[in-house]
Ligand binder design. Sequence first.
Ligand code: PEP
Ligand code: MN
Length: 341
Amino acid sequence: MIVILKKNPNPDQVQGLVTWLEGKGITIHRSVGQNETIFGLVGDTSSLDIGLISALDIVEDVKRVAEPYKEANRKFHPEDTVVKVGGTQVGGGNLTLIAGPCSVETEEQIVGIAKAVKAAGATMLRGGAFKPRTSPYSFQGLGAEALRYLSAAKRETGLPIVTELMDISQLELFDDVDVIQIGTRNMQNYDLLKAVGKQKKPVLLKRGMASTYEEWLMSAEYIMSEGNPNVILCERGIRTFEPSTRNTLDLTAIPLLRKQTHLPILIDPSHATGKYSLVPSMSMAAVAAGCDGLLVEVHNDPQHALSDGAQSLRPDKFEVLAKNLLSLHEFTAALPQMNYE
Ligand code: PEP
Ligand code: MN
């Protein structure tokens, strides 16, 4: 962190700042020029409040030069993180395909879809039990009953289960769940992040719909700093001014976050677009851009789905898409690496 002091600062106040910073274990490199004095702060500045320092009378400006996230930072962990889930791995060059309905509706429905997506090449099953709905009058999910149906689908197919946790109290029902999803609305629910950080199951952390990359990585940091290194990031579209799609899919997240973090990056083209017809092309684009996998909503009868039917693919369409995605992934993996640094 760099602190630029105002011209002719009050020496007592400067000393006060120095003593306070040194008390926090920070070493200060001073550069005294004719017009300004600059402090280069060396040490762990992650807990320093930039706002507090900039508000001081003697301070002109403060700039962070190091990212505030450590555990998630590629600088401190150059190797890609590979998250093991059952017999499969997320990251490390694999293309993970997570597919299933938005909401679990009946046992028959989830078991049927699980069999279909497995046959199509999916490596994990998704399905919402606890649903964060914009309207309190919309279907809220079957809760514990849905978790039992997901377990039945897992027993039948062997597919690991990915499902959303909305509240810490639900965690005790998640024994058979393989990956805990934290949804866009809860990306900054810090108590929930700490709770999933204290347990060992992998966490699929969706990007908040109005969150920056840094805020997203700081949320990953909440989970990792509690002791759980198994975090999978998932971009699911952000809020923009464009009304023709549910959200705007930000594929830049893939190459940009690759540099900043070692965590695997998945793309959810379903919530990003809100339209099933846009899902195939955006999925292909995501694979071409180098994502580690996709989270796709698949429903046997989208027109009668209890949630998100408009963005759900039928199993037969998913089957064609999955084949194309796997072929494209193989093709791009064989291309020479392009380095534009
Ligand atoms: C979901 O995956 O069903 C979901 C609610 O996603 P998001 O949190 O991205 O809206
Ligand atoms: Mn959904």
